[in-house]
Design a protein around this ligand. Structure first.
Ligand SMILES: [Zn+2]
Ligand SMILES: [Zn+2]
Length: 285
């Protein structure tokens, strides 16, 4: 027989009966059976620990468990596959359109549309036919404008540009370089001439009268004046080219400095000559 005194039915003193939902029961059973988290976490390799430099902390991806669901593994693999595909697409497009990509990169710093095309390329790994067409048109337009500007400049300075017989100057620099000088520089009273390092056969000219500014270059015996060039620059260059030794010694006598190495002339004979004996030999003067 039931002892009614043992049944505590007073809501104020009885322990609450735990309420468990069906979903919680299913989830608990699922976890009991291994749950979804049965695959090694791709982020931490299943260790549940993330190591970055000296920092060691529980892995965020798997919450330190080391195991993740199949879906998480698949998503991670998908990301890797997509990244690999994108890289392959990019490499293929680059290989097929080297000039186009080079041209875009050259102007992307200031040309907004070129910059936009490059970010599309980064995103999709290629450009559409329409985008390629637009890019080609853009590059052609930039090239045309540059040529126009260069032509306008050449016209503007045509009266100051012209032929310079550079055989002697070239021989001078050739001898100086054969003597081991890495960056030969030829100083005269106003003009300084030096070979362009990246453009063999080109000589750069600066002028003291223009504040030491670059006033033009000599390419294949043609002086191409810049706007900064004084009207008499060409005549001066021709005089130097005709007699480099005179130009060097004139400079040395008037400044007391050797025109070839820029050092002060101290030996009385050198001061008199206007050039140091070692430089005279090295430069073949
Ligand atoms: Zn992990
Ligand atoms: Zn010298």
């Amino acid at each position: 027989m039931v002892n009614f005194d043992d049944l505590d039915t007073d809501p104020l003193t009885s322990a609450p009966v735990p309420v468990v939902t069906a979903a919680e029961i299913r989830a608990a059973a699922h976890m009991q059976n291994g749950g979804d988290a049965t695959f090694d976490c791709p982020k931490c390799g299943g260790s549940g620990v993330w190591r970055g430099g000296r920092a060691v902390r529980p892995c965020f991806s798997c919450k330190g468990i080391g195991k993740v669901s199949k879906g998480v593994v698949a998503a991670a693999k998908g990301r890797v596959t997509r990244a690999a595909n994108l890289a392959a697409d990019k490499a293929a497009f680059e290989a097929a359109n080297p000039d186009l990509m080079k041209g875009l990169r050259e102007i992307a710093g200031w040309h907004r549309f070129a910059g936009e095309l490059l970010s599309k390329f980064e995103q999709y790994g290629e450009l559409t036919a329409g985008q390629v067409n637009a890019a080609l048109n853009t590059l052609a337009e930039v090239k045309r404008k540059r040529e126009e500007k260069a032509a306008a400049r050449a016209l503007e300075t045509a009266d100051r540009s012209g032929e310079v017989g550079v055989e002697r100057i070239n021989a001078l620099f050739a001898t100086a370089m054969e003597s081991g000088l890495k960056k030969p520089l030829f100083r005269t009273e106003r003009l300084t001439i030096k070979p362009a390092k990246l453009h063999p056969g080109t000589l750069y000219v600066t002028d003291k009268a223009a504040g030491g500014e670059y006033v033009g270059k000599i390419v294949n015996g043609q002086f191409m004046a810049r706007r900064e060039a004084a009207p008499d620059t060409l005549a001066l260059l021709c005089a130097i080219a005709a007699d480099p030794l005179k130009a060097a010694t004139d400079y040395g006598r008037s400044t007391g400095v050797c025109g070839c190495c820029g050092r002060e002339l101290t030996d009385p004979d050198s001061v008199e000559a206007g050039i140091g004996p070692i430089c005279a030999t090295k430069w073949g003067l």
